[in-house]
Every structure is written in C-alpha cells, then in structure tokens.
Design a protein around this ligand. Structure first.
Ligand code: BYC
Length: 320
C-alpha cells in the first residue's frame, strides 16, 4: 500500500511504461483504478450495444425475402450475441459482475450505441446496417485490436473477422437492390438517407467534446480519436456509395485534394444528444424488450444454477 508520504507509486510508472512500449496489460497485472473503471465502462457499453443491436435486425428474420438471406441474417444476429458474451467476459476479468452490468443497462445507468435506437422500416435497412453500421464497427474495432488491455484486444480480433462477414452480407443486399427494379433502388436510397447521419454518430462526439478521449488515448485504450475514425469511415463509404449508384445525403460532401480526404457537413449533434438522453425513436422499446428478456429468462438461469450445484454436490459425494 502506498501512503501519502511515499511519493509517486512505482507501480504506476511500470504500468505506463508497459503501455508506452505497446505491451499488454493482463487481468492479474497492477493497474490504476481509473483505468479499470474506464475499461469496464467502455467494454460493458460495447457488450450492451451488441446485445441491443440484435433487436433491430431480429425484427426482419421472419420476413427475410429468401431462405439464403434468412440463414445469413440468423447467423449474423447469433454472432452479435456471441460478441456480447465475449465482451461481458472480458469485463468480468476486471472484476465486474455480469448481473451488475446488465442491471446498469436496464436501470439506464449504462449507455449503449445510439445507432440501435433507430427503427428498421424496410428490408433495405438490413442491407444498410450491414454496410454502414458494421462498416463503422469494423473501423472502430480494427483500431481496438491494438488496445492496451489484453483480453479486450484479443476479443476484438475475432469480432472483427465476424464483422467483416456482416458487412459483406449487408453490402450484397444493397448491390442486389440497386441492380434491381427502380422501386428497389429507391428503397435503398431512402434507407441510406435515414442511416447516414446516425452511422456517423457511432464514433462519438467530436474530439473537442469528448471528455474521455485524452485519458483513454494516453492509456492506449483508444488508439485513434473519434474524429479520425469518423473521417476514415467517410473516406471508405463514398466510393462504396458510388459503386451502388446511391447519393450520400450530405450537400457539403466533397473531395479535398489538399487534405487527401472528403470534407463533410456537420453531424446533427442535437439529435445525438436527444438519443443519448433516451429520447430516440426506439429507446423505450429497446429497453422494454431487454427487460422482458431478462425477466423471462430468470427461470432458466435459476435452473442452470440449481443443476450446476446438484452436479457439483454429486461429484463431491462420489469423490469422497
Ligand atoms: N452511443 O468521451 P466520449 C456494433 C458516450 S457495437 C452512445 O467520446 P469514449 C454493432 C460515451 O460512452 C457498437 N453513447 O467516450 C453491434 C461517453 O459517455 P459515458 C458499439 C456514446 O468512450 C451489433 C460520452 O458519450 N461500439 O458496432 O471515449 C450489430 C462521451 O463520449 C456514443 C463500441 O462500443 C454513441 N454512439 O468514446 C452491428 C466500441 N458515443 O460513458 C454493429 C467501443 C459516445 O462517459 N467503444 N458515447 O457516460 C468506443 O470505441 C468508445 O467508447 C466510443 C466513445 C468511441 C463509442
């Protein structure tokens, strides 16, 4: 234990040296309490996003237009559940309890990505989610493969591989719609019009308004800033939209040869803040569905625990 008179904690210097030299921090290593808290916050919110993210897509499983599309969508939604579970497990290595994390989500104390508070009104939305939402997730998560906390970085490697399949299944849906009838192409354009700005919001507030960024970058939890990632996403998406023959709904979008990047308009931050406060189009519905799933599944968890206790008691008895 360090006391007030003993000066800077040498463990803190060793921790920062590991981070600075691109080493990984592992669960049993010493870490500053604030680092642990920040990671639990970010990883659990990431897990919640994966789990809540199953809802808008699950809405279309029963209405997928072909068996092949349905199989791919079921597999994708199942992958999101898996991502949530890896991430909750990564947060558990930091001492967080799964029940507390889920309670924090349901009580509204923990956030999840604003993007999942928008409705999936047409089949094209399933394509657009794959293309833009999973595309944004990959850009964010490829950077997180180099995050300083070992279990989080390793979870990200596998998640990114799966996200890449998700992105392709979405883009393929849009390629088909855009090469289809005029009505199908209109449906794709209308969907892009609704999802473009919410997708840009996934990267978080602009760097000037991001209270957690400076410390998270110093700890190498975050490797690129919110604005850097958003710019990468815009630069990647523009040629993809051009290939589809769709128009990105931003009159200020234009190539800036000097910067070597696309310039783009102001993200509607007021809308972001409203969705963050719980006033998005589907916030209440998403939380209600999550609460119901927790309550409906309570007997399964109790039964699994009772079964595990019975097996352990039997094993103990036969060992005696
Ligand atoms: N939505 O200081 P900042 C997926 C919060 S899963 C809601 O920049 P930070 C997928 C932020 O938490 C997508 N909240 O924060 C799943 C903070 O509030 P608190 C999820 C947001 O942490 C299924 C406050 O605003 N991905 O892609 O440095 C199907 C100030 O922000 C949002 C992850 O979670 C938002 N969009 O940076 C398909 C990736 N943005 O906590 C796809 C991991 C910001 O202080 N997370 N906030 O109360 C991250 O990379 C970072 O946490 C963020 C935010 C870039 C999101």
């Amino acid at each position: 234990m360090k006391d007030a008179l003993s000066g800077p904690d040498p463990r803190e210097a060793a921790f920062q040296a590991t981070v600075d030299s691109e080493g990984k921090i592992e669960p049993k290593d010493w870490m500053p309490e604030a680092y642990r808290k920040t990671l639990i916050r970010q990883i659990s919110q990431h897990a919640h996003s994966e789990i809540i993210g199953m809802q808008p897509e699950g809405n279309w499983i029963g209405r997928a237009p072909t068996l092949r599309r349905k199989v791919a969508l079921v597999a994708k939604v199942q992958d999101e559940a898996g991502h949530g579970l890896y991430l909750y497990s990564a947060a558990e290595t930091l001492g967080a309890s799964r029940d507390d994390m889920v309670d924090a989500l349901i009580d509204g104390r923990a956030k999840y990505s604003t993007i999942f508070n928008y409705p999936t009104l047409t089949w094209a939305d399933i394509g657009t989610i794959g293309w833009l939402v999973d595309g944004a997730a990959i850009i964010n998560q490829v950077a997180l493969c180099r995050t300083s906390y070992g279990p989080y970085a390793r979870a990200m490697v596998r998640i990114c591989k799966e996200e890449s399949f998700h992105q392709r299944q979405g883009y393929e849906i849009l390629v088909d719609l855009c090469q289809g009838t005029a009505e199908q192409k209109r449906m794709a354009q209308e969907s892009l019009n609704r999802w473009w700005w919410p997708a840009l919001m996934m990267f978080g507030p602009s760097d000037d308004n991001s209270p957690n960024s400076a410390q998270s970058m110093a700890w190498k939890i975050k490797r690129l800033s919110n604005d850097e990632l958003r710019q990468r996403f815009v630069d990647q998406s523009v040629p993809q939209a051009e290939y589809l023959g769709l128009t990105i709904p931003d009159p200020d979008l234009k190539w800036n040869a000097e910067r070597g990047h696309y310039d783009f308009g102001e993200v509607p931050w007021d809308e972001f803040m409203e969705v963050l406060k719980g006033n998005g189009p589907c916030n209440r519905q998403r939380m209600e569905a999550r609460r119901k799933a927790r309550d409906d599944g309570a007997w399964v968890r109790e039964a699994a625990l009772a079964h595990a206790a019975k097996r352990a008691a039997r094993a103990e008895k036969s060992a005696a």
